[in-house]
Design a protein around this ligand. Structure first.
Ligand code: ZN
Ligand code: ZN
Length: 243
């Protein structure tokens, strides 16, 4: 599907002023209708740091916020930093958004990467500034995708409090400060009991279930597919990438 086909006529230019009030036009049915729709939608723009590429999501309210200790998040962000991206935090912050992308800008600057052939996450980087625009993983089932707020400009609502620390098996005080927030901490996904405890947290259970309504745009999975072959970086598992 061509992404331009997702352009909705009333959203105007990408990142346009759809939330601006026009009091002088308040009698216009067109503007009135547009504002009515704005009350129901919570679009947000996720833009790379250099402004070359961006996504607009239909619902910019993050539904899950965790900090991830896994070596793969760390390594992918270290690689991005080595290429000129922002320096990652030792324990990156991750937010999950509904996978419903209604507009895409600068697709030519987007490229999909995996850290290894058997890597399960696919990350879209801007190949100019090495921001991360979104991360997909089979476990998300295309219902959600993940962003790192430090590694893109996120115009959405990231007010949800920290829900948990995850994948802490790969984290230690050699890497960074130990976690301090009093929230559940999960070490691995290996044991059924631990997984069950994780998914007994409403934010986890809700984040990964299918959306109640059909989406308006495309999923991040579809966007990745439209970007062409995924580039495999062949990074050595667990190895630090020095910038
Ligand atoms: Zn960029
Ligand atoms: Zn991770």
């Amino acid at each position: 599907m061509h992404v331009d086909a997702l352009y909705t006529p009333w959203s105007g230019e990408f990142g346009g002023e759809i939330r601006v009030n026009y009091p002088e036009l308040s009698n216009s049915n067109f503007v009135y209708g547009r504002q009515m729709m704005d009350n129901n939608i919570k679009e947000a723009v996720i833009e790379c740091k250099c402004g070359s590429s961006a996504l607009t999501v239909a619902d910019g309210k993050a539904i899950l916020y965790v900090q991830c200790g896994c070596e793969d998040c760390r390594q992918a962000l270290q690689w991005g930093h080595m290429k000129g991206g922002v320096k990652p935090d030792p324990l990156p912050r991750l937010y999950y958004l509904r996978s419903d992308i209604v507009d895409v800008k600068g697709k030519d600057y987007m490229k999909a990467f995996k850290i290894r052939e058997d890597g399960r996450s696919t990350r879209i980087f801007c190949i100019k500034c090495y921001s991360v625009l979104g991360v997909d993983h089979p476990a998300y089932q295309s219902n959600v995708f993940m962003i790192f707020p430090k590694h893109c400009n996120n115009g959405g609502d990231l007010s949800i409090p920290l829900v948990a620390y995850v994948h802490m098996i790969d984290y230690s005080d050699d890497i960074g400060p130990l976690p301090t927030e009093d929230v559940p901490l999960f070490v691995t996904n290996r044991f059924q009991q631990e997984l069950q405890r994780k998914f007994s947290i409403p934010e986890f259970a809700n984040a990964f279930k299918e959306p109640m309504e059909s989406i308006r745009g495309m999923t991040l999975t579809s966007l990745i597919e439209s970007l062409g072959p995924v580039t495999v970086l062949d990074l050595v598992k667990g190895e630090t990438v020095i910038a």
